[in-house]
Design a protein around this ligand. Sequence first.
Ligand code: NAD
Ligand code: ZN
Length: 385
Amino acid sequence: MKAAVFHKPGDISYDTVPDPRIEEGGDVILRVTSTAICGSDLHILSGAVPQPTDMIMGHEFMGIVEEVGPAVKNLKKGDRVIVPFPIACGSCFFCNHGASPHCENSNYKHYGPNGDLADQKGAALFGYTDLYGGYSGGQAEYVRVPYADISPRKIPDNITDEQALFLTDIFPTGWSAIDWAQLKGGEVVAIFGSGPVGLMAQKAAWINGASRVIAIDPLDYRLERAKAVNKVDTLNPHKVDVVEAIREMTGGRGADVCVDAVGFEPERNILDKMKSTINFQKGSIKVMEACFKAVRRSGTVSIVGVYGSPYDNFPVHRMFDKGITIKQGQAPVLNYIDHLIDLVTQEKVVLDDIISHNLPLSDVAHAYKIFDEKQDDCVKVILKP
Ligand code: NAD
Ligand code: ZN
């Protein structure tokens, strides 16, 4: 089959690879109909999240069940499903405690090179390096889906792939950021980063009762998209002091909730040599600090942007003084998925309005380039095998 294969930082190509096959009784093989590139995939592309060997990329995908393992009960050949990105066994301590991204059984390999994180095994993800289980991803014609009775969800035929695909990751991720803040209604929510995850958090903030949603991003074209599809206020940190602006907008108090939908962006030595664009994300740990400054006393900071390295100047004094609630991590997609599918099928939310590029999977190298370098007004790329 054909697939998007990571070889080394900066090098993802469209290759011929062996077809996946059923390995465990609970597996299905899915024929992928649509897949997307995530901001998290860029951490692998840059080398920030290391992968020592070739790997099929992709954790945002959906498709048609092609083959079913002997132990699978809930799915049959021909079912059309979305597949949430964490691989969960459904029966361990963490799966039973609403924390499927920490499943104890799915990451049975875990021979990741990152000594700092390797002391406690986390869950497995599709196409997300050996540290996260070494599973092949779904930016491919076919993908093996383990524990297929647990996470995959059938999607009604009248919902397009474009509307359903983001239920696998970015809509639940944006939703988590807002859910963690437990809005009561009327809150001001400031969302740093207006990429796909930030855009989804904006949608979730409105649905959960925010009275004002503020999008922050240095890229004007992304702020324009946010304004157009989500009717938010916008701030560009290259043009204004964002913390001051947010305080002004909230009577000096600060936002009730700040969301970090940017994450870390370490030095990109390898890629920097290969590309001409300015590395505007360098040092974006500043975003987390800005969240702690811009949030009101006793407010909540939700961090869904990924952080992959330690940081030694953490503003713990400000967090303590202001009594800030912090929640972060990978989205517990399974806690929300059925409700979010209902929102989509009942047309209470539109998800496909963030798609800027719909390309064949064979264009994957180009697709990564424009998404990574923010070229061609790229917001979200979906790929069709
Ligand atoms: P993206 O790279 O498209 O978006 C990041 C956005 O942040 C860009 O629009 C960029 O211009 C903006 N940005 C950069 N510096 C900024 C600053 N100083 N202030 C405000 N905005 C700034 O990626 P994405 O797909 O939207 O993902 C965002 C983050 O969420 C990534 O770190 C990704 O790994 C993470 N993520 C986490 C989960 C989870 O489960 N927690 C799931 C999916 C993605
Ligand atoms: Zn993702």
